[in-house]
Design a protein around this ligand. Structure first.
Ligand code: G6P
Length: 614
């Protein structure tokens, strides 16, 4: 949800900022802009509608001189995506420039007050209100920029990560955050700032994660200074980055999404490393071991998440209820936080988030925490807001996921949640040692089995071409594979713009069956386990109405294969682990349909990877 980047040092800022914006483009890409103070002390702002490449074209013949600057790539909230609403925004006097990721909720009240003081507004954004407020505060109180920012932010309700330039002080940038991420890179006589570490990694591995309600002052040739909104000085805590540059490249793949699909055998091995022991006889999750009693005494587990992460949560509900015999509720964070839920002190709340920054999930955690529940989070981005406010957790360690449609993060979330379910079940004694050992051994085989599914990529690419005509798709699954059906449908919607619905197969006869005709492709996830016979009947019902069936079946299956128009096989495994295999063909199917349709696979329209607004 918008990416921000900044630089102050001895190098030319513009190339660093543009490269940083490309890295952050996954956060939003409807317009982009840059502000630079050149060597004559002029503050220049260049903005363009569209992607960062449009900004580069626009700025090609402009003065991009300067060793200090800030830049922004936008996902519109207030005001349509156009050049005027793009960031950075000038203040009234054009002496200050701001970039902002987040939402200012009381912007209207602030705007009315500023208008009474003669301020005029050029854009429809909430952000412009913020820069005007900072200028007004600075002028009316005669404070320096840092203190004016601090004082102005005390009047603001909402979420933000901001960076501000002052043309009268070309030696400093002030930045602050509340609710939106902000990381500072510390180089040799230079500073970087960004929404995440990806624009920073090639210059330095020393970073400081800025906390909520902290204002940071980056002054040339000085140490960074941090002060909270309530005026407490903080010592910057420098951390080492684990990110590497090659993780941010496509490495020969045409899209990040395809690269990330193919990475899954390795990323799942990484997720299990050090947790599943080498002889596949035990799982040791430190977040569980350290809080064993909380998990064992939990009367209920509440899982909260959004999007793809919510689908991983649904799969976990099946596993936790089966193995740990504890009631599990799975909640959309956005609904949970607003519906006055009953939360008890002995509840365990599990938050799932790839980015660790999703605003609704963060707010859901804060609500549950205020009621005394124990918060365990499953996140991918190390140091993000959600793991930092949680009591404990487990990182998925899949490396940066750059394609906006989540793939490798999803499978790693399912693995982490399955490991947790097995740990609780084993310790509680609600599953036998034999069953536990069998599943742990099967889990260890999953990366190799995913390789076998990936081996069918070419076939999937070939038959995907047949379905680009479709306006609608139905995805069906049962049990552990019902959430997979929803995830497959979501993947297709996100990147190919084809309407798709994921449904429990047995529910089809209560509505969706009315949609079935020879025009309607129906993807059925039908591995040979659990309710296989029932799903065979469901497929017969589809074929009787001339629907076109794409089936995901277990290797060696003949029954469903004979009925399906196209069948993709997955190796045999334990039922609870089938989602880790059955989702792979659905990821590939969505990918290839989107490619044939000419869609922007990695940056689909209107979406963003990290949703830091409610
Ligand atoms: C956005 C992304 C999805 C993601 C969801 C939740 O909608 O496009 O891919 O599943 O946010 O994000 P999180 O980072 O909390 O998993």
């Amino acid at each position: 949800m918008c990416g921000i980047v900044g630089y102050i040092g001895k190098r030319k800022a513009y190339p660093i900022l543009i490269k940083g914006l490309h890295r952050l483009e996954y956060r939003g890409y409807d317009s982009a802009g840059v502000a630079l103070i050149n060597s004559q002390g002029q503050l220049n702002i260049y903005k363009a509608k569209g992607k960062v490449a449009e900004l580069e074209a626009f700025a090609a013949d402009k003065d991009t001189d300067g060793c200090i600057g800030i830049a922004h790539t936008r996902w519109a909230t207030h005001g349509e995506p156009n050049q005027v609403n793009a960031h950075p925004h000038y203040s009234e006097s054009e002496e200050l420039a701001i970039i902002h990721n987040g939402i200012i909720e009381n912007y209207d009240v602030l705007k009315q007050g500023l208008m009474q003081h003669g301020y005029t507004f050029r854009s429809d954004t909430d952000t412009e209100v913020l820069v005007q407020l900072i200028e007004y505060t600075k002028r009316s109180t005669h404070l320096n920029l840092r203190d004016a920012v601090q004082q102005a932010l005390n009047q603001v309700v909402g979420a933000y990560a901001i960076a501000v330039l002052d043309k009268n002080n070309p030696d400093a940038i002030v930045a602050a955050r509340k609710g939106s991420p902000l990381v500072i890179g510390i180089g040799d006589g230079e500073f970087f700032l960004a929404s995440d570490a990806t624009p920073i990694v090639e210059y330095t591995d020393r970073v400081v994660y800025i906390g909520d309600e902290e204002v940071v002052w980056l002054q040339r040739d000085c140490d960074p200074e941090i002060v909270t909104l309530s005026n407490v000085q903080k010592t910057p805590e420098i951390k080492r980055l684990e990110l590497t540059l090659s993780q941010l490249e496509k490495c020969g793949y045409p899209h990040f999404m395809l690269k990330e699909i193919y990475e899954q055998p390795r990323t799942l091995t990484d997720s299990m490393r050090g947790r599943v022991n080498v002889d596949l006889s035990n799982i040791a999750l430190s977040g569980f071991i350290d809080n064993r009693e909380r998990f064992l005494s939990a009367k209920r587990i509440i899982i909260t998440a959004c999007g793809t992460s919510w689908h991983a949560g649904l799969i976990a509900m099946y596993a936790m209820e089966e193995f740990a015999r504890v009631p599990v509720e799975v909640e959309y964070s956005s609904e949970f936080r607003y519906r006055k839920p009953v939360i008890n002190k002995d509840d365990v709340v599990i938050a799932i988030s790839q980015s660790g920054e999703t605003a609704d999930t963060l707010a859901a955690i804060q609500l549950a925490k205020s009621k005394g529940a124990f918060i365990f989070s499953i996140c991918n981005v190390v140091g993000a807001s959600i793991p930092r406010v949680s009591d404990s957790g487990c990182y998925t360690h899949v490396g940066p996921e750059i394609g906006v449609a989540s793939t490798k993060a999803f499978t790693a979330q399912v693995v982490a949640l399955t490991m947790l379910a097995l740990c609780i079940g084993r310790e509680k004694g609600t599953m036998s040692r034999e069953q536990y050992l069998h599943i742990v051994r099967e889990l260890g085989q999953i990366p190799d089995k995913i390789e076998r599914v990936l081996g069918q990529n070419k076939r999937i690419a070939d038959f995907a071409k047949t379905f680009t005509y479709a306006q609608n798709f139905i995805y069906l699954g049962r049990g552990y594979n019902f959430p997979v059906a929803m995830e497959g449908a979501l993947k297709l919607k996100e990147i190919s713009y084809i309407h798709a619905e994921g449904y429990p197969a047995a529910e089809m006869k209560h509505g969706p069956i009315a949609l079935i005709s020879q025009e309607m492709p129906v993807v059925v996830v039908a591995p040979r386990c659990g309710t296989y016979d029932k799903i065979v009947s469901n497929i017969q019902e589809i074929k009787a109405r001339k629907g076109r069936v794409i089936a995901v079946v277990t290797e060696g299956d003949t029954q469903v294969t004979a009925m399906a128009d196209y069948a993709i096989t997955i190796p045999e495994t334990e039922e609870c682990l089938t989602p880790l295999l059955s989702v792979i063909p659905l990821q590939l199917l969505a990918y290839h349909i989107a490619v044939v349709k000419g869609c922007d696979v990695d940056q689909p329209r209107n979406l963003a990877k990290s949703v830091t607004v409610e």
